[in-house]
Design a protein around this ligand. Structure first.
Ligand code: PRP
Ligand code: HPA
Length: 176
């Protein structure tokens, strides 16, 4: 958890039974609407990463972009989108992974990184961890070195953070 973790958590809204019965959806839009909360959220990531020589933020489509872009601007590093299948126009590499039901594919431009680039991978939320791990594999295949994976929220009951750690990556969450 981050410097402003308790505060950020207090601003996130939980919507019961959405998008289906039994799911309690963590809605970050109240954080984005509140300029002070949004700033604290980005600052909590800046505080953790400003001395870690990050070359690029890789952010996951779509809500990862919301934190990834301002963070890249603040850190003075580049920004690389990891996108859902079929969105990137140039030559891509892809990883397909299992969802609770069915599967999904994430893609990265083949020329996104130089070998050895130090990458911070960001998304809004870790549930099962499948999305973050697939993106991490893509980055390593393209020559990037993952400094850490970071999310606004890590849902601990789903074990996603532990699964990512078991694969050897650090996990940082602004709150749980
Ligand atoms: C959500 C969320 C993460 C992912 C987390 O994205 O933004 O990317 O699921 O789940 P996991 O840890 O079980 O993989 P979603 O697929 O809803 O896409 P969106 O951001 O485009 O709405
Ligand atoms: N909130 C936002 N995105 C998600 C969630 C959630 O609770 N679960 C899976 N993706």
């Amino acid at each position: 958890t981050s410097i402003y973790g308790d505060y950020i958590k207090s601003v996130i809204r939980t919507v019961r039974d959405w998008p289906q019965p039994g799911i309690n959806f963590r809605d970050i839009t109240p954080v984005l609407q509140n300029s002070s909360a949004f700033r604290k959220l980005i600052d909590s990531f800046v505080h953790r990463y400003q001395e870690l020589d990050i070359d690029a933020i890789a952010a996951i489509d779509a809500r990862g972009f919301i934190v990834g872009a301002p963070l890249a601007y603040e850190l003075g590093c580049s920004f690389v989108p990891v996108r859902k299948k079929g969105k990137l126009p140039f030559q891509t590499i892809s990883e397909t992974y299992k969802l609770e039901y069915g599967e999904s594919t994430v893609e990265l431009h083949a020329d996104a990184f130089q070998r050895g680039d130090r990458i911070l991978l960001v998304d809004d939320l870790i549930a099962t961890g499948g999305t973050m791990l697939a993106a991490a594999r893509l980055i390593e295949r393209s020559g990037g070195v993952i400094v850490e994976t970071a999310a606004i929220i890590d849902l601990p009951e789903l074990g996603g953070g532990d699964m990512i750690r078991n694969e050897g990556y650090g996990v940082f969450a602004a709150c749980t």
